[in-house]
Ligand binder design. Structure first.
Ligand SMILES: [Zn+2]
Length: 440
């Protein structure tokens, strides 16, 4: 029996008391800071510019909030100025084992290099996260991620480490995916929540009864919808399965968080390798990582060779749960409620399009669950009412009372004034991969 036969991949790490973990992270952190000064021209300049002459001046983990943030645009600029890797490459080029890229919105990909040690850390972290979501030895797991040039490509190595039976089918190959469930007995599906919802419609259209397929678990990741109770219930009811979510970020680790069977949010899986902080996305002020807190997750590598990042802004807005968990894991849990990038401020109130979708979804079966927020002004700040297109369910006709009820519910739950436009079924664009919630 190995660790991966159990429901916890690395019990020694994952059930460690939080105070002990903090002490270990605090001991590791100065070594990473010294490494950045020595090996990363990007951070040497950045920290010097912020008034820190050397690693000693930076101080310990308790003082991390005095350091500047790193954001994705800076990494892109660094790579444009010093192609191909940027000044944040800290390992000798011959030590690079693999180069991944992220799909750049500007058309130029952003490169992520890893050493053998980095790959080991990524797969350790991700194995903790995936095992929590039900991807375990003894199970047949069909994955739908495009492994291609993206960081998710290392998911395959994570599955090797876990020792589950992995059936990769890629994105958009629904026939092969359902075939793997029917003919190979796959009982776990890894997909984005949008894709899981698409599977329900796809099966219905072909007369396949999703509830009899024998799927026990759908592990969702890639977008925040997996935490949306309405979307989750819809998938769970259709497949008679459990939905658990995972979340990662390409520049930090394939997966970083994984939700256990208690379904109270995703446990942090990066212990010993990544330090997580919570900040106010508007002011950048640090927030205590305590029960019920909400803010943006910020990550610092504690042990990374090729491209270590310090205080990297994830743009993921999370709610923290630190209540004891029956699974035995002691790391804090989070639910991602949206992307800071998508956040709008309407008369001083933060509004996440994913939260708008969550409220609207409660009106199913009269609505399809697809929405599109249409900001009228550039930038984050919007004047009320905020226009929201809500797609009706198939065969449902427009109805002023329904629009009023949705508008009233959005006002009472999210404290935002909206203008709700009901649009016919099929008129909002769908994606098998990730849903677009804001029209820019
Ligand atoms: Zn748990």
């Amino acid at each position: 029996m190995t660790a991966s036969d159990t429901a916890i991949f690395d019990p020694a790490v994952e059930t460690r008391p939080a105070a002990e973990q903090r002490a270990r992270d605090a001991a590791r952190y100065p070594k990473q800071i010294a490494y950045l000064f020595e090996r990363s021209p990007f951070y040497r300049h950045k920290l010097e510019a912020a008034g820190f002459r050397n690693a000693e001046a930076v101080g310990g983990l308790d003082a991390i909030a005095s350091l500047p943030f790193t954001d994705k645009d800076e990494l892109r600029r660094s790579q444009a100025e010093q192609p191909p890797f940027g000044a944040h490459l800290a390992a000798a080029p011959e030590r690079i084992l693999r180069i991944y890229s992220t799909s750049g919105t500007t058309g130029v990909p952003c490169y992520i290099a890893i050493t053998p040690r980095d790959l080991h850390l990524w797969t350790e972290i991700s194995a903790r996260s995936y095992v929590a979501t039900g991807v375990r030895r003894g199970r047949r797991v069909v994955s739908t991620y495009n492994l291609g040039p993206f960081v998710a490509g290392a998911a395959g190595e994570t599955m090797n480490k876990i020792g589950c039976t992995h059936i990769p089918v890629g994105t958009g190959n629904t026939e092969r995916l359902i075939g793997a469930v029917q003919r190979l007995g796959a009982d776990v599906i890894m997909a984005t929540p949008s894709y899981a919802v698409h599977l329900i419609d796809w099966c219905r259209a072909r007369g396949i009864a999703t509830e009899t397929l024998g799927v026990r678990q759908i592990a969702v990741a890639g977008e925040p919808g997996g935490g949306d109770p309405v979307i989750r219930r819809r998938i769970e009811d259709a497949f008679r399965c459990k939905v658990n979510e995972a979340m990662g970020i390409g520049d930090v680790s394939i997966s970083l968080w994984g939700e256990c069977e208690e379904q109270g949010g995703m446990h942090f899986g990066g212990r010993d390798f990544v330090h997580v902080e919570l900040i106010d996305p508007a002011s950048g002020a640090p927030l205590p990582l305590e029960d019920g807190a909400t803010g943006e997750a910020v990550y610092s590598a504690l042990e990374r060779e090729a491209m270590p990042l310090l205080r990297f802004r994830s743009r993921d807005h999370v709610v923290v749960n630190t209540k004891p968990c029956s699974c035995g894991r002691t790391a804090p849990r989070v639910r991602c409620i949206g992307r800071t990038d998508d956040m709008l401020i309407v008369r001083g109130v933060n509004v996440f399009p994913s939260a708008v979708r969550e409220v609207v979804s409660a009106f199913a079966p009269r609505v399809s669950g697809q929405i599109l927020v249409r900001p009228q002004a550039p930038g984050v700040k919007q004047d009320p009412p905020l226009p929201v297109s809500v797609e009706l369910a198939r065969g449902t006709s427009s109805d002023d009372a329904l629009a009023d009820a949705i508008r009233e519910k959005l006002r009472s739950v999210l404290v935002v004034q909206t203008r709700v436009d009901l649009v016919p079924w099929g008129s909002l664009q769908r994606s098998e991969y990730k849903s677009k919630l804001v029209e820019r």
